[in-house]
Structure formats: structure tokens, C-alpha cells
Ligand binder design. Structure first.
Ligand code: ADP
Ligand code: MG
Length: 870
């Protein structure tokens, strides 16, 4: 117990898995928590005594499942092992904590999703935010929203480490993109509940640890060595956050080394700024309803065949580029592959056989690689030269290998050499557990071979002895057996006891007979057991040497893995482009978006081929556009869809016509273009966007406790505050959450502001036809509508976006399609006729809803009865 308490003291915030023989035991409060979480029987030590201690336990061989469950529930677990063989230990068995598993630092393949990074993040505030927030605001209210916060995140399985600084108000958006599983945060930030970081916790639900960070100064110094003294001079908080995650992750691995080889510093403005709303509304990585991957944009474009490729593509999609040169470099790689479909297919097949080099390198460095891991690593490394050769075979003088597909890191000659080494040392299919033995290949090590011969030979000899003794004694069922207490012994059943030879030494009487030993058996036993023990120790030693050899070149392995990840991503994008008929967009620094025959990538993929109706879209926020508005270059009649100067497209049309789909497809195509992908269109021109904003209906965040309208207005406010002329703004039915007059007025004013003050490329869908008039006074507003046709009193959705505003909402027609009762539809038409005749308000200054409300229920019933009768 004292030993237990000593260890527990070092990890007060973790559940302690205390190894006792074949079990991990938990005591005190830990036992109560674990028993509840894992549905275990809670017992107690020294049962019945006054100060009995609650305890529970799990068998060691089943521990992985339990550990996984606890960490997924957000617990932190310290695993304590017996560090010596209890048989050999003098006195108390030595025990040590060998690793700590936390939600953010999990190394178990059974828990990790191969295509998702597992991030541990840290937030570090500036000192000003810590002490001065309240003092800084004269009115007593904390205004620390825009003080910078250092944010860093580490995937301990691969050593990927990123660090940045973001304003406090943007922290949640960045956390949503990164999706860490655990956040370490300076206690000062959590303590003050007026401070906005405290509110972050409500929004981003993973474990938040007020991290008591051990020795992060040491970590900071080490990181500086890694990245160079100067490189984070401008971002001291980012470096401190990085040091915090590293120090915390280190403390979880007292035995292994973290596989960190570089620290990537970045500025959120290096990528398209995407807030929580945009990521959710555009369904980039999961759907709004059900939060499933299937049906997301990522799901459509992710045809990667390796786990690192999947992780990399996810990163690309969440961090679209804003630098034209960088985007073109990616396009060149994708385009090169698109032109070589057969080669791309071969490359993908070859890649599919290559294991996760980044994580395998990480596991070797951490010292947790299993024999099977090294076997998979070897089998992957062996294939690299051939794969590199394959990719290079596609290059010609005129059409050389694009920069991104330069596989120099994968062509590293040390890697096949390592594969050869591993091939010599390890058997073809190494077992998962080292203790099972059979790891080292025959012929590799003389001592292993000798021990195996002895151990196996021993078994042969036993069979020989058994046969001989049976013959000599004439006892046919004489058996040579083994148990832990006596070692090898001869067992003879009762009926044959008379025939037992005199040199047998009796050891034990059992119900069915007697057990004997002989000097010969004792001799043999010693030989076999020593051989087995020596063999196990020698195999372990040799295996560790292989792990160390791998760890020594882990950075090179991981670099090769990164090169292959990029190859995989580009091949995936090329595959999608070819199969779905995407085009290479022209990307430039202009302010135009011009799409011809564009489709919605996700909806198109769900419909039968060819049935999605393509549409054009032209948006232009350029200065020239203002001058050119209304004229065409050849002086002829301007094409109303392409007359220039269309900064704000006002989209009208009935419900279900396809407005939302149209707007989302423009946004998704823009983002695809900026990650370097091909896009679903006949042709596309994309002037880089710095931010993409969305305000899309139906994303009510009821869990946050705000009303729909409140959320809508908050999102709209944020757009008006942050959008620039370079942004792309998607507004879907703004003002829907309130009464018609309020709604129209707000929508109108928002549209004007976007036109007059911001000038961002904007798609604005509305069911308020009044807004169509906006284009009379605002030169860069264009009306378009999604066409429907009336056919024998039915409406037919054409899904085609055409110039001009809709003059009718067809709401009642849609209601009829939806199955509203016939008399209700008839009554609605009647009321609408009255309203359209200007017969509303009734001088009461009320909204239509209110004016209709004054019809007493019985009068309404009478009226509809009359209508039905008529
Ligand atoms: P709105 O926003 O105008 O109410 P939506 O954009 O939600 O309409 O579209 C309604 C449905 O119509 C979508 O679920 C989609 O399946 C279908 N749809 C929309 N646009 C197209 C299109 N261009 N081609 C084929 N189907 C479409
Ligand atoms: Mg809609």
C-alpha cells in the first residue's frame, strides 16, 4: 500500500492501474470511478475491517479494452508494471509507472482511427490576458477577446507538432479545425469565468486540463534547438504552447522518446479562414445531420489508399491555401497524374500495400513497436525503391516529374538497407507479442538457434524417455508430464503401481495414482528451462536492438512517409477528377469567380450519373467590374448573366428549387480549387478567397441554448464584421427567423452593407421577393432565380439558375406537394389573394401574421367551411 500511495502521489489526476500478478488493481476513489465506468465489481481489501479499502481490478490480458474505454470517456490512466520477476524479487517487487494514457496521447492501434490524427492541444494566454484583463477595461468588463493566445498541438503517434497564435475570439474556430482530443490550458484562463476562454469549454467538449506543466522551460529550450533560436521570436506564445504540449506528452512516456523532429509554425491567415459555422455548414468533414463522414465533402474526394494520405488530405481540406504559387504546385502534381490514368492506378495499387510509415516510425521511437509492427515496416520499406521507380517512369523530358511528386525522401538509400537488416533478423510474420517468442529468424543468431535446438530437442528427448520408460516398466499408460511445482515428472495410475521401477522417487499422491521424478528428468528439465529462458531473453534483446536501429532512422522513415502521403493525396484527387469529370480550375489573385457548368460535388455523387443539373456562376468584386457594369466588351447587347460587375447575386425561387445547393456548390468548389484539387465544372476561374463565410438555414444550434434567430443574427453580425473584399459570403435566407417585415428589412440592410461597404463576392438567397428591387439602386447586385415550370397545375423543378428574379414563391404549390390537406391549400390561396391585393395590415400597423390573427377561430372555421362548400 505504501508503494501504491507513493506512485499515486506522482499522478494524482490519473487513475492508477497497479499491476499485481495477472491483474491491474485499482484502489480507493480510483476503484470507485473505474468500477462505475467499466461496470466492474467493486470489492474491498481487508473486507469487514474498519478501514477497508475499496478496490477493483481487470485481468492484464484484457487491459487494452478497458484502457481504451477509460480514455474515450475522458479519463487519464497511469499504468504501473512489475519491473522484476516476482519469483526472483527479494522482498517487495519493484514497480514503476511505464506510461500514462490520456485522451490526447493514445498509442493503441485499436483505439486510433487510422485516418484521423490524435491531437493533444495547449492554450497559453499572454501575461496581459492573465493579470490585466479586468484592469485594462475601464468599465470593469473584461475585453480580452482579441489578446493573442498561443495554440499548439501534437500528434504523439507521429510527432507532428504545430504552433500558432490566434486572437482569443478565434480560438474556438481553430480548435474546431484541429479537433484535439484533449486541451491543456493555463489555469488562469479557466479561473476567471468572465473570460471568454472559460466559455470556450462549454462549446468545445473534450477534457480540458488546467495543466500543471512540468518543466516546460526545458521543453522550450529543446524546441528552440530544434527550430532555431530566432524562428519563433515573433510568436513567443506559440512556442510556449508547443513546450507545454511537449512537456505534458513527455511526462506520459517515462520510458520512450517522443518522435518529434520538427515544429511547424503557421499563421491562420496562411490558409483560408474557416470558422466553425462554415466548416459545419459546408459539411467539409462531416454532415450537419448525424455528424457522419459519409455525405461530407471529404468523403467524396478521399480516395486515398493509405492512412497517412487520409490524414494529409483532411489537413489540406481544412486549410485551403491562399497562395497562388502553392496552389498551382499542387495542381501540377494532380494534373500530371490525371494525364496518366494507368500509371496512377498502378501507383495507387502499390501505395495500398504500404503500411503507415509515419506511425510505425513513431512507435519505434516511443519504444512501443511490436514485432508485428517491425515486420510491417520492413515489408513497406522493401517496396519503396520500386514505387519510386514506378513514379519516375512516368516522367519525360518535356513533361518532367512535378515538384510535389519528387520522392527524394522515399528514395533514401538507408531505408531499403534497414529493410534488409530487418529481413535478416525477423521471421516472415512476426507475432504481435514479443513474449510469445518466435520473433528472430533461424540462422540469424547462434545463441538463439542453440537455445531453440535445446528447447525443442528437450521436447523430443522427453518423448523418447516416455517411450523408453513405458517399454522398460511395461506400463503402457505411463506419462511424462510437466507442472510448475515439480517440473517434469512421471505419472502412473493406481492399477499399475505394483510395476513402478525402484529408482523412481515418489513426489506426490493424487486421487488417480502417484507422481515420480528421476535424476534423468531433473537434468533434462534444467537444460530445457534454461534454454527457454535464455531464448526469450536473447530474442527480446535482439528485438530491442532492431527497434533501436529503426528509431535511429525514424526521422527518415517518417519523411518518406510524408512524401508518400502527398503522393497518395494527389493520386486520390486525380482519381476523383478523372472518374467524375472534374476540370483544372484557373486560380489567380483576381476577384472573380467564374464557373461554367458547375455541379455540387456531394449531391452529384449521390444522384444517378448525369442527372444533376449543372449551372454557371459568375461573381466579380473587381474594381473594373463597377465601371463595366451594364456594358459588354463588343458593345452589343450584354448577356445578362455575364455583363460584369456581379458582386452580389440575389437568388430567388421557390422552396426546394435548389438555391441552397447552388450556393454551397460555389463555396465547395472554391475551397476545392484552393486546396489544389480539380473541381466539378466544365471550366472554372477562381480568384483567391481569404475567408469563406456562410449563414445557412437549418443549422439551428439549439444545444447552445440560443434561439434560431439569435444564432442567425450573431452569425450575420460576425460576417459583416470580418468579411473583406476578398471573401466569399454565402447568406441563405437571412431574416427567416423573425416576422416578415423585420426579416425583409434586415435582409435588405445586410445586402446593402455587403454591396456598399464590404464589396465581397456574395451569394444571397432569399424568399423575400421585395429584395429583387435592390438591383435598381445597386449596380453590382444581380438577380437570378432557380427556374420552375408550371405544368397542368403542378410545379416542375428545373434546377436551372436563370437571370432575373422570381416573381412568385410557389410556397403553396410546394405545400401541396408536401401533402397539406386540400381545404387548407384552398384557404391559403384565398388568403394570399387578399394579401396580394394589398389587403393586409388593415390599418393596424400589424404584420401579416398579426392581421390574420385577428380572424377569430370560429370565423376562420366558418370561412374554410364556406370555401370547401364553394
Ligand atoms: P432550396 O434551397 O431552394 O429550398 P435546395 O437547394 O435545398 O432548395 O434543393 C432541394 C433539393 O433539390 C436538393 O436536396 C437536391 O437534391 C435537389 N437539387 C438541387 N439542385 C439540384 C440540381 N442542380 N440538380 C439536381 N438536383 C438538385
Ligand atoms: Mg434552401
Amino acid at each position: 500500500m505504501r508503494q501504491y500511495l507513493d506512485l499515486k502521489e506522482k499522478h494524482p489526476d490519473a487513475l492508477l492501474f497497479f499491476r499485481c500478478g495477472d491483474f491491474y488493481e485499482m484502489f480507493f476513489e480510483d476503484a470507485v470511478i473505474a468500477a462505475r465506468a467499466l461496470d466492474l465489481v467493486l470489492t474491498s481489501r481487508d473486507k469487514g475491517k474498519e478501514d477497508s479499502v475499496p478496490m477493483c481490478g481487470v485481468p492484464y490480458h484484457a487491459a487494452r479494452g478497458y484502457l481504451a474505454k477509460l480514455t474515450e470517456l475522458g479519463h487519464k490512466v497511469a499504468v504501473c508494471e512489475q519491473m522484476e520477476d516476482p519469483k526472483l524479487a527479494k522482498g517487495l517487487v519493484k514497480r514503476e509507472i511505464v506510461r500514462v494514457i490520456t485522451p490526447g496521447v493514445v498509442l493503441d492501434d485499436d483505439v486510433l482511427d487510422p485516418k484521423l490524427p490524435r491531437y493533444l492541444a495547449a492554450l497559453v494566454p499572454s501575461d496581459r490576458a492573465k493579470n490585466g484583463a479586468r484592469a485594462a477595461a475601464p468599465n470593469g468588463r473584461a475585453r480580452s477577446d482579441d489578446l493573442p493566445i498561443g495554440l499548439a498541438y501534437l500528434d504523439a503517434t507521429t510527432g507532428d507538432l504545430y504552433a500558432t497564435e490566434v486572437p482569443c475570439s478565434a480560438v474556438i474556430d481553430e480548435l474546431i479545425r484541429v479537433a484535439p482530443r484533449e486541451v491543456l490550458v493555463d489555469a488562469a484562463l479557466l479561473g476567471d469565468d468572465k473570460h471568454s476562454v472559460a466559455a470556450l469549454r462549454q462549446r468545445y467538449r473534450v477534457p480540458w486540463n488546467p495543466a500543471p506543466v512540468p518543466a516546460s522551460d526545458v521543453a522550450a529550450r529543446e524546441l528552440k534547438l530544434l527550430v532555431g533560436e530566432a524562428s519563433f521570436a515573433e510568436r513567443p506564445l506559440a512556442l510556449r504552447a508547443a513546450a507545454t504540449v511537449v512537456a505534458y506528452a513527455k511526462a506520459t512516456q517515462p520510458i520512450g522518446t517522443l518522435p518529434i523532429t520538427k515544429l511547424v509554425g503557421y499563421d491562420p491567415s496562411d490558409a483560408v479562414v474557416l470558422d466553425e459555422t462554415a466548416i459545419a455548414n459546408l459539411e467539409l468533414v462531416e454532415t450537419i445531420i448525424g455528424r457522419r463522414t459519409q455525405g461530407s465533402l471529404l468523403d467524396v474526394i478521399d480516395q486515398t489508399v493509405t492512412a497517412p494520405g487520409g490524414r494529409r488530405l483532411r489537413r489540406w481540406l481544412l486549410y485551403p491555401l491562399v497562395d497562388v504559387a502553392q496552389i498551382r504546385r499542387r495542381q501540377d502534381a494532380v494534373g500530371w497524374l490525371v494525364e496518366r490514368p494507368a500509371l496512377t492506378e498502378q501507383i495507387r495499387r502499390a501505395l495500398g500495400k504500404i503500411a503507415d510509415l509515419e506511425r510505425l516510425a513513431g512507435k519505434a521511437t516511443l519504444g512501443v513497436a511490436t514485432p508485428r509492427d517491425l515486420g510491417r515496416l520492413r515489408d513497406a520499406l522493401v517496396q519503396l525503391p520500386e514505387l519510386v521507380e514506378l513514379v519516375r517512369s512516368g516522367a519525360t523530358k518535356l513533361d518532367p516529374l512535378p515538384e510535389l511528386l519528387d520522392l527524394r525522401a522515399a528514395a533514401d538509400r538507408t531505408l531499403p538497407a534497414l529493410a534488409t537488416r530487418l529481413g535478416k533478423a525477423l521471421v516472415d510474420e512476426p507475432p504481435y507479442v514479443l513474449k510469445d517468442g518466435g520473433v528472430i529468424r533461424a540462422g540469424y543468431d547462434a545463441s538463439v538457434d542453440e537455445c531453440r535446438r535445446l528447447a525443442d530437442g528437450g521436447k523430443d528427448e522427453i518423448l523418447a524417455i516416455e517411450a523408453r520408460e513405458q517399454k522398460d516398466s511395461g506400463i503402457a499408460n505411463l506419462k511424462v508430464r510437466y507442472n510448475r511445482v515439480f517440473g517434469y515428472y512421471i505419472e502412473i495410475t493406481k492399477t499399475h503401481l505394483a510395476k513402478v521401477p525402484t529408482h523412481y522417487v515418489r513426489k506426490q499422491t493424487i486421487a488417480t495414482g502417484e507422481r515420480y521424478v528421476t535424476p534423468e528428468l531433473a537434468e533434462l528439465e534444467k537444460k530445457v528451462l534454461t534454454a527457454e529462458e535464455t531464448l526469450a531473453a536473447r530474442e527480446a534483446e535482439l528485438f530491442r536492438a532492431e527497434v533501436i536501429a529503426v528509431a535511429e532512422v525514424a526521422a527518415r522513415i517518417s519523411a518518406a512517409g510524408a512524401a508518400l502521403a502527398i503522393l497518395d493525396v494527389c493520386a486520390s484527387l486525380a482519381d476523383v477528377a478523372a472518374r467524375r469529370g472534374y476540370c483544372r480550375p484557373v486560380v489567380d489573385d483576381g476577384l472573380v469567380i467564374d464557373l461554367v457548368d458547375a455541379r455540387h460535388p456531394v449531391i452529384e455523387s449521390m444522384l444517378p450519373p448525369g442527372s444533376f443539373v449543372p449551372n454557371d456562376c459568375r461573381l466579380d468584386a473587381g474594381e473594373l467590374a463597377i465601371a463595366a457594369a451594364g456594358t459588354s466588351s463588343d458593345g452589343g447587347t450584354p448577356d445578362p448573366m455575364r455583363r460584369g460587375g456581379e458582386q452580389l447575386l440575389l437568388i430567388t425561387g421557390p422552396n426546394m428549387a435548389g438555391k441552397s445547393t447552388y450556393m454551397r456548390q460555389v463555396a465547395q468548389i472554391t475551397l476545392l480549387a484552393q486546396i489544389g484539387a480539380f473541381v466539378p465544372a466544365k471550366s472554372a476561374l477562381i480568384g483567391i478567397c481569404d475567408r469563406v463565410f456562410t449563414r445557412v438555414g437549418a443549422a439551428d444550434n439549439l444545444s447552445r441554448g440560443d434561439s434560431t434567430f439569435m444564432v442567425e443574427m450573431r452569425e450575420t453580425a460576425s460576417i459583416l464584421a470580418k468579411a473583406t473584399r476578398r471573401s466569399l459570403v454565402i447568406l441563405d435566407e437571412v431574416g427567416r427567423g423573425t416576422s416578415t417585415f423585420d426579416g425583409v428589412s434586415i435582409a435588405w440592410a445586410v445586402a446593402e452593407h455587403l454591396h456598399d461597404a464590404i464589396g465581397a463576392r456574395t451569394l444571397f438567397a432569399t424568399h423575400y421577393h421585395e429584395l429583387v428591387a435592390l438591383s435598381d439602386s445597386r449596380p453590382r447586385v444581380r438577380n437570378v432565380s432557380v427556374a420552375v415550370r408550371e405544368h397542368k397545375n403542378e410545379i416542375v423543378f428545373l434546377r436551372r439558375v436563370v437571370p432575373g428574379g422570381a416573381n412568385k414563391s410557389y410556397g403553396i404549390d410546394v405545400a401541396r406537394l408536401a401533402g397539406l390537406p386540400r381545404h387548407t391549400i384552398a384557404r391559403a390561396r384565398e388568403i394570399m389573394a387578399k394579401l396580394e391585393g394589398g389587403n393586409f395590415g388593415l390599418g393596424l400597423g400589424a404584420t401579416p401574421q398579426l392581421s390574420l390573427g385577428i380572424v377569430a377561430p370560429h370565423a376562420a372555421a366558418a370561412a374554410s367551411a364556406a370555401a370547401a362548400a364553394a
